[in-house]
Design a protein around this ligand. Structure first.
Ligand code: ATP
Ligand code: ZN
Length: 293
């Protein structure tokens, strides 16, 4: 068996982006909608669709070699299992961003995180929250809640909560105020590397090279413009993350050249305005679909 299994969230905030990312790497799957196992068609990588909470355990138990899950959950399970087993963060991803924050009721006497000594904190991430509180010298008790953590203070079960926040709307709707961010999280690709055979390692390396290409392409832009021949150096310096542009002659305009470059950082309107001020014209910014370094 030289096939690799990747576990992703079946349905939730990470599902679509996780599947999309793997598809951008050229993976195609034979599947039926309700099945939890999708067979990789042209590449020996199969998918397991599961609850996100189960992914770290599946990696630690060797049920799958790869998994895409939030760092919040990965950290929680690793701390819970006393870092037993093997699970390596291979790539941090650009989606699933959120923060684990401390929050208290609007009318709470607690004004800052340091007032939480001796308090009870409701959270779905007790191991991670405890570790982060200890780091800050706060000695509080955590109470595990599997969902709807935000109702715990109202029920008199806890003085504060540590919960995932992205916009803060849920906190406000429950009359809670954010005290302090404990942990910033995104989705990440994790691997269970200990027992990989040489064949699986080869498949994994190929997949990671494609993934790096996709991640790099996502933030890169191909810029084309015309520039005065004597401003090429200045204009190249204004292009974010660009090196060694290609220069081409422009028929009938000997004093100007066409310049093409890959910019490996975001290109904003401010960059284009600066380029124009430096003499560039006919500036085009194009997305890059794939890239292999
Ligand atoms: P499952 O049924 O798979 O257990 P779930 O309800 O636990 O799903 P989701 O709400 O889909 O999970 O969240 C999955 C992950 O998305 C979280 O663990 C976290 O990493 C990330 N995330 C991003 N923004 C938020 C947010 N505002 N609230 C909760 N999770 C968020
Ligand atoms: Zn979950």
């Amino acid at each position: 068996m030289n096939r690799i299994r990747v576990a992703i969230q079946k349905s939730g905030r990470l599902s679509e982006r996780s599947l999309g990312l793997l598809q951008s790497c050229g993976l195609r799957f034979a599947h039926s909608k309700d099945k939890l196992y999708w067979y990789g068609r042209d590449f020996p990588v199969d998918l397991l669709l599961v609850r996100d909470d189960d992914i770290p355990r599946m990696l630690l138990d060797g049920v799958c070699e790869l998994g895409i899950v939030g760092e919040n959950i990965a950290q929680e399970v690793m701390l819970e299992s006393n870092a037993g087993g093997d699970m390596t963060q291979l790539r941090k991803l650009s989606f699933g961003g959120c923060r684990l924050s401390l929050a208290v009721p609007e009318d709470s006497p607690v004004q800052s995180a340091s007032d939480l000594d001796g308090c009870r904190i409701a959270t779905s991430y007790p191991a991670l929250t405890t570790a982060l509180l200890v780091e800050r010298g706060i000695n509080a008790e955590t109470v595990k809640f599997s969902g709807s953590v935000e109702i715990a203070p109202g029920l008199g079960i806890a003085d504060a909560i540590a919960d995932l926040v992205s916009t803060g709307t849920t906190l406000r709707a429950n009359h809670l105020v954010e005290l302090e961010v404990l942990f910033e999280s995104t989705a990440a690709l994790y691997g269970q590397m200990a027992k990989l055979t040489a064949e699986k390692k080869t498949v994994l390396d190929r997949l990671l090279a494609r993934l790096d290409g996709v991640l790099l392409a996502a933030e890169s832009k191909y810029v084309m413009l015309n520039a005065p021949r004597d401003s090429v150096e200045k204009i190249t310096r204004l292009l974010p993350g660009a090196e060694n542009p290609s220069l081409m002659n422009l028929e009938g305009a000997p004093e100007r050249v066409a310049l093409h470059a890959v910019c490996r950082e975001a290109v904003f309107w401010e960059h284009l305005e600066a380029l124009k001020a430096a003499g560039a014209s006919a500036i085009l910014v194009l997305p890059v679909e794939k890239m292999l370094a």
